[in-house]
Design a protein. Sequence first.
Length: 178
Amino acid sequence: MHLYRQTIILFGLVVPVIVAAAVVGCGFMLQSKMAASFANKEKTFKTYEQARVTVLDIEGQISRQRKHLDRWNEQLSQETASAVTTHLRKISERLPSKEIQQTSFERPSGSGGFGSVTAQKSSQVRIAFRGTYRTMQRAFLELETRMPQLQLQELRIDPAVNQSSLLNFQVTYTAWEN
């Protein structure tokens, strides 16, 4: 019996304990990797869910604003000079004719001013009026409200030569287009 004691201890106790420790160690390693993978996937899922909820919210906001977007696209696709002329005609009909007169309307060729330094398509519109300050202020407010794509580039006000109550206005707008 003394002959096999060392072999029995080695193969009966030590090797099985080492094999069991290796199996348990591998099990713990696999469990920790699985836990880390699960935590990572859980975090990714939470991020995805937050993004999905945010996207649904934004899509809801966009769908409510769709009619405004369509109106803007239609407004930007109109030819600027004719749209300005049409709006000015409508505005002038509502204001006293003695207090506002359009004296000239020019559309300079090429983009100048703000439009020349940007990649956005634009054109210029130069309009001259004779009228009272208050009436012209209302007319410009109405025009810029109806056509928000106009950006005031230059405004020149001079007194009228033969009428003290009237002023000469020269306005240059940059009109942003599609």
